[in-house]
Design a protein around this ligand. Structure first.
Ligand SMILES: [Zn+2]
Length: 180
């Protein structure tokens, strides 16, 4: 099974090669994609299916996503979400999504540059709206605001091995990657 990303107007296949189903139309013995989507070609049955990209690519409410904090707004952290948690761990998204984490759903502090584990609560976007309420959500990797070193976890706090300071962060229990 070959899988490719296709854009609207892109030729998918000649009609004698493949029968194309889904978001495609036929024109001059060719199949043309009508959407930005993912096209799966089954060489054995000579059929292909085009599905719009937005739904499968956009993490749905309840999905666990990994994002980096890119800014702090008046009401929310701004994020860039780049992976979604699969059965065997984080899987990179084909496209990154902008996200927001309202302070209301933060339950603690984060810093710019932090990598976080969060849960999607709304997809009326982009941006995705996420929450880090709950023990297993929050920072999975933070850097020292002073020197940029990766902060190490010591119990419930983060500590810079270089500056010997403690930094307050909402840590994702069981998911923080740098431990003493
Ligand atoms: Zn430091």
């Amino acid at each position: 099974m070959k899988k490719i990303i296709v854009t609207p107007g892109e030729t998918l296949a000649y009609a004698e090669e493949f029968e194309v189903k889904g978001s495609a139309y036929s024109l001059d013995h060719k199949y043309i994609s009508s959407v930005l989507g993912a096209a799966s070609f089954d060489e054995k049955t000579h059929t292909a299916v085009v599905k719009p990209l937005k739904d499968p690519a956009m993490p749905q409410p309840g999905a666990v996503v990994y994002c980096q904090v890119t800014g702090k707004g008046r009401r929310a952290y701004q994020l860039r979400c780049f992976a979604v948690e699969g059965q065997k761990g984080p899987v990179d998204l084909k496209y990154t999504f902008t996200g927001v984490l309202p302070y209301f759903f933060a339950e603690g502090e984060l810093g710019i540059g932090d990598y976080i584990r969060a849960r999607v609560i709304s997809t009326h976007g982009p941006p995705l709206v996420v929450s880090i309420r709950g023990a297993t959500y929050g920072s999975v990797l933070s850097r020292c605001p002073r020197c940029g070193s990766v902060l190490k976890r010591r119990g419930a706090t983060l500590y810079c091995p270089n500056c010997a300071i403690e930094v307050k962060r909402k840590i994702a229990t069981g998911h923080y990657t740098a431990n003493f």
